[in-house]
Ligand binder design. Sequence first.
Ligand SMILES: Nc1ncnc2c1ncn2[C@@H]1O[C@H](COP(=O)(O)OP(=O)(O)O)[C@@H](O)[C@H]1O
Ligand SMILES: Nc1ncnc2c1ncn2[C@H]1C[C@H](O)[C@@H](COP(=O)(O)OP(=O)(O)O)O1
Ligand SMILES: [Mg+2]
Length: 194
Amino acid sequence: MADKIKNAKIVFVVGGPGSGKGTQCEKIVAKYGYTHLSSGDLLRAEVASGSERGKQLQAIMQKGELVPLDTVLDMIKDAMIAKADVSKGYLIDGYPREVKQGEEFEKKIGAPALLLYIDAKGETMVKRLMKRGETSGRADDNEETIKKRLDLYYKATEPVIAFYEQRGIVRKINSELPVDEVFAIVEKAIDELK
Ligand SMILES: Nc1ncnc2c1ncn2[C@@H]1O[C@H](COP(=O)(O)OP(=O)(O)O)[C@@H](O)[C@H]1O
Ligand SMILES: Nc1ncnc2c1ncn2[C@H]1C[C@H](O)[C@@H](COP(=O)(O)OP(=O)(O)O)O1
Ligand SMILES: [Mg+2]
């Protein structure tokens, strides 16, 4: 089964909470037809199902912590396989969140061709998340959890960017700009792939 995705084009989308990963992924899907898989969305779907596992995940996410690596990697892998016959490429949004996640992904699935580093200032991310929290209904879009997510991002996720920089596949995207201007930079990075 996993053979079906061995040669797939894989793009990691990495950035802090509220940096604009989901926003840019939506625009990539519209223009390039890639398959968008957000680890957070997959986890929230499991929570919404009301399963026992979903309840455990919800408790972790509400605290702003990372769920177990195997749980999220299995979900991504299953979702990739489900789309293997139709996918032009995969946007893996919100993963890897720590270097170990990247290493395990490569062992079980394959190597990324590109890492889009969606970069915004801490204060910008906090502002956007507080605003998003007014309507998102997300249990983690509150001041206390946002602070924890941001701390964890700097501690665990930023090293992921350094790890892939050595491989020359990181494209840093200035996400302080308006959405369409950010996307113009994203487009250049994706077009280089073809
Ligand atoms: N370039 C931007 N300028 C202003 N607001 C933005 C920009 N990109 C995203 N946002 C807003 O910031 C919030 C977080 O964006 P989102 O795409 O959900 O980020 P992430 O998936 O990285 O957490 C959303 O409310 C979104 O509308
Ligand atoms: N790769 C991953 N490993 C562990 N936990 C993850 C994960 N991706 C998401 N989660 C959990 C912890 C996160 O705080 C929460 C929300 O993730 P998200 O939706 O990707 O946030 P955001 O889009 O605001 O960056 O889900
Ligand atoms: Mg998101």
